[in-house]
Design a protein around this ligand. Structure first.
Ligand code: ZN
Ligand code: ZN
Length: 156
């Protein structure tokens, strides 16, 4: 018996840039770092990651590259019309693409299992769930060659 592959679609606010993801994400995380706060415009950001080959991006996009404190480059793809960031990749973590969870507008989306950069967490924010890994980390503690499911490595 073969189940149809699970497909989720994210879109920017104006709708011209879409991301189609196949299968369950390999990681869903919350990041409280200031860069993610500025990216999302919110007090924290939530993102899900899939292997690159399970992510299909369609539509026009612009690129912005940021160099993190760790020295790693992060490359963001955003809609040139409405400005929504729809995908990003981190140099130190090759092979996976991060998609902002809000872009799916899906209340059934899997809950985050990782909450990182809690040293930047607003005091009124709590990420709930018994199996959530809470990490206070800074970019200086990051290293290249991150293990995808590693317990001690926490890319945003
Ligand atoms: Zn747009
Ligand atoms: Zn972050």
């Amino acid at each position: 018996m073969t189940d149809a592959p699970l497909i989720r679609q994210a879109s920017c606010r104006c709708g011209q840039l879409t991301v189609t993801c196949q299968g369950e994400p390999v990681r869903v995380s919350v990041c409280h770092c200031f860069a993610c706060q500025k990216r999302s415009g919110s007090a924290f950001a939530v993102q899900a990651r899939w292997p690159d080959e399970q992510v299909q991006i369609e539509g026009r996009s612009s690129i912005w590259v940021r160099t993190a404190d760790s020295g790693h480059k992060a490359t963001y793809q955003f809609c040139p019309d409405c400005g929504s960031t729809m995908a990003y990749v981190i140099e130190g973590w090759p092979g996976v693409t991060a998609i902002p969870v809000g872009a799916f507008a899906d209340l059934d989306f899997p809950a985050p299992k990782h909450s990182v950069y809690e040293n930047r967490k607003h005091v009124w924010v709590d990420i709930l769930g018994e199996d959530v890994q809470h990490v206070t980390s800074t970019s200086a503690e990051r290293r290249p060659g991150l293990n995808l499911l590693g317990k001690n490595e926490n890319p945003d």
